[in-house]
Design a protein around this ligand. Structure first.
Ligand SMILES: Cc1ncc(COP(=O)(O)O)c(C=O)c1O
Length: 435
């Protein structure tokens, strides 16, 4: 039987506890990486040791510290580390090199399911929207690039995005990204993109939109000729875990249907069950025309209806796009586990538990606690406090990251347990008392 190098899955999830007492090797490794690697987004030296034991949200770094990972690699390891079914499946396959092929130029199949089978599995989740075609890519940004390409191909030359949005860092996706000015500063934009306010009425707001976002959206749509699409995150991610009102989303759905503008739902962070529905747009009972997925899906994907995709050959393609055999296999297994273990339901239930507990924390630095399912956030009054909280949590053994201007986000694995949540809450309370 073939064994992949990641064989150490002996961490006992029921008993593990975060323990951090030294950082020398991690700090040294981070310095080494920096010598050759371009500056990106890292905020602290978490160096996962992939040869040591890890299970669920628990893992070890190269100093031997044990961490509780409530970030799940920004939602891209939705089952945490070494889920037993994923591990077993990986240990069983006898994979050949190349593991990545020119998947949109040639076909490949073997003793275990790959990209073509993954496409079929993905479409089971979008049947309700009448979507029957998927285009596999390498990343979230590429999923967005292709979503806008197929929308432009269908009609129009202009697009609308929302304030606070994040859709990726390639130039097309970046032109739709407004969450932080520094992301776009000095880089050129694709033409014809308009921005309009995202709803700030809040999730629980009932009745007419008070923040004016619906009116602004209607006005922008009316004033923009030749409009192709509106792209939205059903819940804004990098922009600060902002949840729009139901009324706003209902209007968005109706407006795009009436005007025949494509509605693109960017589910790259919120999809795959994280918010307590498989696709986050399902919270709003509206129908998107295109869905973009990546992160938790393990591959990138642009999903839509056959009539929206280009008919002409070679209008869209990518060498590795549909050719990552290992990631496709892991993706299928991930989707199976989410289904078999009812993890969408677990996300909903455990999310309510986290939010109820977080709500009870009475701390002068906290502005608001909000979230949906296992996409949860603590907003601070000041950025400096948020930054300190994130850094100190790491030193206390809890992996979390910031988002927006002054928010910290929690993204535990979809199968997170009450015990693990309680440990995270204990660290959060201790950390709040230290900052
Ligand atoms: C909503 C959303 N869209 C797009 C992206 C870009 O994905 P990637 O980093 O894989 O290109 C992200 C990444 O954070 C995201 O959260």
């Amino acid at each position: 039987m073939n064994q992949l190098p990641y064989h150490n899955d002996t961490m006992n999830r029921e008993e593990a506890y975060p323990e951090v007492d030294r950082m020398e090797k991690s700090e040294k490794y981070a310095e080494y990486e920096k010598k050759h690697g371009a500056k990106t987004t890292r905020v602290y030296p978490f160096v996962w040791n992939y040869s040591k034991e890890a299970k669920g949200p628990f893992c070890k770094d190269i100093d031997g510290n044990i961490f509780l990972d409530f970030n799940s690699h920004v939602a891209s390891s939705p089952l945490g580390y070494n889920h037993p079914k994923i591990k077993k499946a990986l240990n069983k396959i006898n994979i050949s090199d190349p593991t990545k092929i020119a998947g949109q130029d040639f076909y490949a199949t073997g003793d275990f399911p790959g990209p073509a089978e993954l496409q079929e599995k993905i479409l089971e989740t979008t049947e309700k929207f009448g979507m029957n075609k998927v285009f596999l890519v390498n990343s979230g940004a590429e999923a967005v690039e292709n979503a806008i390409k197929i929308s432009y191909n269908h009609s129009g030359t202009r697009g609308i995005c929302f304030n606070g949005s994040f859709h990726g860092r390639t130039l097309g996706a970046l032109s739709l990204t407004t969450s932080k000015p520094k992301y776009r500063k000095t880089f050129p934009n694709i033409p014809g993109i308009k921005q309009t306010p995202f709803c700030t009425c809040g999730e629980t707001h009932n009745g007419e939109c008070e923040c004016g976002a619906i009116k602004e959206l209607e006005k922008t749509v009316e004033e923009t000729e030749d409009l192709s699409y509106i792209i939205t995150e059903p819940i804004q991610g990098e922009g600060g875990y902002r949840i729009p009102s139901k009324e706003f989303m209902k209007n968005l759905g109706e407006l795009t249907k009436e005007t025949n503008i494509k509605l693109i739902s960017d589910e790259i962070q919120a999809g795959l069950g994280r918010t307590g529905k498989f696709w986050a747009i399902e919270h709003y009972e509206i129908e998107p025309d295109v869905i973009t997925a990546a992160k938790g899906l393990r591959v990138g994907a642009t999903i839509s209806k056959e009539e929206i995709f280009p008919k002409e050959k070679a209008r869209i393609s990518s060498t590795w796009g549909g050719g990552d055999i290992l990631s496709s296999f892991t993706s299928i297994k991930t989707l199976q586990v989410i289904e078999e273990e009812k993890l969408v339901e677990n996300a909903s239930e455990k999310g309510k538990y986290i939010l109820k507990k977080l709500d009870k924390i009475n701390h002068p630095d906290i502005q608001e606690v909000r979230g949906k399912g296992l996409m949860d956030a603590v907003e601070f009054k000041k950025k400096e406090k948020r930054d300190k909280f994130v850094e100190k949590s790491f030193k206390n053994g809890l992996i979390i990251l910031g988002c927006g201007e002054k928010t910290a986000r929690l993204l535990p694995p979809l199968d997170v347990t009450k015990r693990e949540i309680n440990i995270a809450l204990e660290i959060i309370e201790n950390t709040l008392n230290q900052i």
